[in-house]
Design a protein. Structure first.
Length: 215
């Protein structure tokens, strides 16, 4: 399968969808605004091939942007967009600058990978953050029933290893969910209905690509 560009969208929320057999499916609704090709990278010039897309209307005036962005949107002759994202593609899937992509880029029943920033949960203990079992409920354990227990060693090496699972900040990280099925493509309202849950809160920016594991 050739590698083509993804799209930039916004998470609208969760809902239910009834298929042809009447079965209720949990779905996430994504809104796909017009994505415009703003720049291209080629193997001959840059060493790799990719497309840069801009999407989602921003509130900034063009004169308040940095000079590279001012030139970008001035050349495209469009109002400033909020999101600029680069997608690696095969050289056969390079598009012309100014080309527009919409929700019809994806088809019903295909599989996609969706990336976004997960909802922040603040500081969380080891049981909630890493699914630890906790200490015993009785027999010698005092107060620290939900603690994560020992973290280091006695003498050698006598320190806490990097990456040790402990209490700390949970969520607010980049998360990708793979192999989500496209249930319906609503070209009239520019909506993409995907089976299952998608990371991020309402109105968060979503990156949708063709699934790398399922054709």
């Amino acid at each position: 399968m050739s590698k083509r560009t993804g799209l930039i969208g916004t998470k609208i929320g969760n809902s239910s969808f009834y298929d042809d057999s009447g079965k209720s499916l949990p779905v996430t609704i994504l809104k796909i605004e017009e994505c415009i090709v703003s720049d291209i990278k080629t193997i001959e010039k840059h060493g790799y091939s990719s497309l840069q897309l801009v999407s989602i209307n921003g509130k900034k005036e063009i004169k308040k942007l940095k000079k590279p962005q001012q030139k970008l949107f001035a050349d495209l002759k469009i109002n400033p967009k909020k999101i600029i994202k680069e997608f690696r593609v095969d050289k056969d899937n390079i598009l012309d600058i100014g080309s527009t992509l919409g929700v019809s880029h994806f088809k019903t029943d295909q599989f996609v990978d969706v990336t976004s920033v997960s909802i922040g949960k603040g500081f969380a203990g080891a049981m909630k953050r890493h699914n630890f079992g906790g200490l015993r409920a009785s027999h010698g354990v005092s107060i620290s029933h939900r603690s994560h227990g020992s973290t280091g060693q006695n003498q050698d090496p006598g320190r806490v290893f990097k990456g040790k699972k402990m209490a700390g900040h949970m969520g607010a990280t980049k998360v990708t969910i793979q192999n989500l099925k496209v249930v319906e493509v609503d070209t009239e309202n520019n909506l993409l209905i995907i089976k299952g849950s998608v990371p991020g809160k309402k109105n968060s920016t979503i990156i949708i690509k063709d699934s790398i594991k399922k054709n």
